[in-house]
Ligand binder design. Structure first.
Ligand SMILES: Cc1cc2nc3c(=O)[nH]c(=O)nc-3n(C[C@H](O)[C@H](O)[C@H](O)COP(=O)(O)OP(=O)(O)OC[C@H]3O[C@@H](n4cnc5c(N)ncnc54)[C@H](O)[C@@H]3O)c2cc1C
Length: 512
């Protein structure tokens, strides 16, 4: 069974295997004050805050706690966000940008408060952040970013030292940032949640949520729960919703690297200004420090050979550091909104009892924690000082519609096994071991993968979310949808939303 939504193990999983949570008994028909769907940082923090406030909660997780991006992250806690404040000011105005900065700081403080109050051992450390430029063009951009950070009220200064052996021409630093181990952190939050009576159900995907006599009915294959409130903490809203057209799915790549010189590990969080940019921090394992380097992002399903992205990252690290060994390589998924701010709050006017938290970009540990605060405030008091700026219902541009329509023009009919003779399939399956491909046959498409032992898997490549055709990801051995980012394993199981059901398997042997 896959431990995360990809084939490659992240540094955090390698170092911090989660203990299986044991909560009170759950019956297939139960009523809860709140059901939180998704067991990443967003779902775990939200459920904990509601449970601590006296609500009876359930975390419903399709796989295992920590299966999603929370285990594939790089775990910078930064109030200077990936989207520069200059862009946020341009798109949303200075007053909104100030509130965004204030809320990001509040999220870091909330994590710090949990760490201190519950004495959570998760390597939490407050550090400085640094951003550096390497040429005139980048310097101009850096000056603009510096001005915008000041305008939104965060402290920043120019500096001649960035705490890493990287050459630069101009740099700034900003205080009150932090880093931690995200899996240790959510493991401790879960322990507190369970101690306070919270329940967890793993390996059970939510299939549908519907209104029933004033409550919400949450349905899966083996359960039929009701709840007064439901929180979709699944990273992207699963199912068809307007939000799908306001989110772009992206992959980002990470290396955990051992360096030759122990003095080269930076204490702070470091960012360059390339596009896509690189992000660095240090962590540690049993044998000492580790450098975590991320970047090389691209739109999901739109890179023919994701292995090249790891090569790009490796070249970047080797240019600046003497590398002893590469400990882990992995990639993971995030979702960008069209106006740079996440969508946090009530799903729609028609569904005021359902809440969603998505569109976090590369700052979802901050925004996931903030979502927990906003959504628990909305459920408990009906108000949040940040509900307006992050409201999912706000006016923000819709994109991706053209791609959606184009892809749907190609939607293939579902393949039926008896249309393929065994010999034909053998021909279609003439792939190298470990390779996957969407092949066309008589105007139909088929997603085939041959594993290392030579076994061939065949799937209908039509994504279950909106009918686009999935693409092979050779790094994570998955089928990724280029439209809205749904991802599937080699046997069709769901790895990431917004799909709610697996790809159809095609039996190659049944019709001889
Ligand atoms: C490479 C990379 C680096 C990053 N670095 C940073 C960083 O430094 N700082 C930062 O703040 N952010 C960072 N981010 C973003 C951040 O890690 C994520 O936004 C955040 O972890 C998302 O947490 P989540 O709980 O919302 O989602 P996830 O952790 O993805 O959890 C969602 C859960 O929902 C479950 N689920 C899905 N569908 C269903 C269903 N139908 N029924 C039940 N359960 C379901 C999934 O199995 C999953 O466990 C990074 C992202 C990437 C890709």
């Amino acid at each position: 069974m896959m431990k995360r939504d990809g084939n490659l193990k992240s540094f955090w999983q390698d170092k911090t295997p989660l203990q299986p949570p044991i909560s009170k008994t759950i019956y297939s028909k139960m009523h809860f004050d709140a059901i939180v769907i998704g067991g990443g940082i967003t779902g775990v923090t939200t459920a904990l805050m509601l449970q601590l406030a006296g609500k009876k909660c359930l975390i419903l997780e399709a796989n295992k706690i920590g299966f999603g991006t929370t285990a594939g992250t790089s775990a910078h806690l930064n109030s200077v966000l990936d989207t520069p404040y200059s862009d946020i000011i341009d798109k949303c105005g200075i007053e909104v940008a100030k509130k965004v900065a204030e809320s990001a700081l509040e999220a870091i403080q909330l994590i710090k408060r949990f760490v201190e109050e519950y004495q959570i051992e998760c390597e939490f450390k407050e550090v400085k952040g640094y951003m550096y430029a390497t040429d005139g063009q980048e310097e101009k951009e850096l000056d603009k970013i510096y001005q915008s950070i000041k305008k939104v009220g965060l402290p920043t200064s120019y500096t001649s030292n960035i705490d890493a052996p990287i050459e630069f021409t101009k740099a700034i630093y900003f205080d009150q940032q932090a880093r931690f181990n995200p899996l240790q952190y959510i493991q401790c939050l879960l322990d507190i949640y369970i101690r306070n009576g919270g329940r967890i159900l793993e390996n059970e995907p939510m299939q549908n949520v519907e209104e029933e006599e004033g409550n919400l009915k949450v349905v899966g294959q083996n359960f039929n729960f009701t709840a007064a409130r439901v929180v979709h903490a699944t990273h992207t809203y699963t199912g068809i919703n307007k939000l799908n057209f306001k989110l772009g799915p992206y992959r980002s790549y990470v290396l955990a690297v051992k360096l030759q010189n122990s003095s080269d590990y930076p204490d702070g969080l470091i960012y360059d200004m390339q596009n896509p940019f690189h992000y660095l921090r240090k962590a540690s394992d049993d044998s000492g420090d580790v450098l975590i380097v991320g970047g090389a992002d691209h739109k999901t399903g739109q890179e023919e050979n994701p292995h090249y992205r790891f090569k790009d990252l490796e070249a970047y690290v080797r240019k600046h550091f003497a590398v002893k060994s590469i400990r882990n390589t992995w990639s993971s998924q995030y979702y960008e909104s069209t106006d740079a701010l996440p969508y946090i709050g009530a799903l729609s006017k028609e569904n005021p009892k359902e809440f969603v938290a998505t569109g976090f970009s590369g700052n979802g540990l901050i925004f996931g924690t903030l979502s927990a605060k906003i959504i628990s405030d909305l459920i408990l008091t009906g108000e949040s000082p940040y509900s307006d700026i992050y409201a999912p219902l706000r006016n923000s541009p819709i994109t991706g519609f053209k791609a959606f329509v184009n892809e749907n023009a190609n939607v293939v009919k579902r393949l039926i096994g008896d249309r393929f003779k065994k010999e034909t399939m053998a021909e279609l399956a003439a792939l190298s071991r470990g390779e996957g491909k969407v092949v066309s046959y008589e105007e139909e498409n088929l997603a085939i993968y041959k594993d290392e032992s030579g076994k061939v898997y065949a799937l209908d490549p039509v994504c279950k979310h909106a009918g686009c055709i999935v693409q092979w990801n050779n790094a994570e051995k998955s089928w990724d949808c280029p439209c809205h980012g749904a991802r599937y394993s080699i046997d069709g199981l769901m790895l990431n939303g917004p799909a709610r059901s697996p790809l159809d398997q095609i039996d190659l042997t049944e019709n001889k």
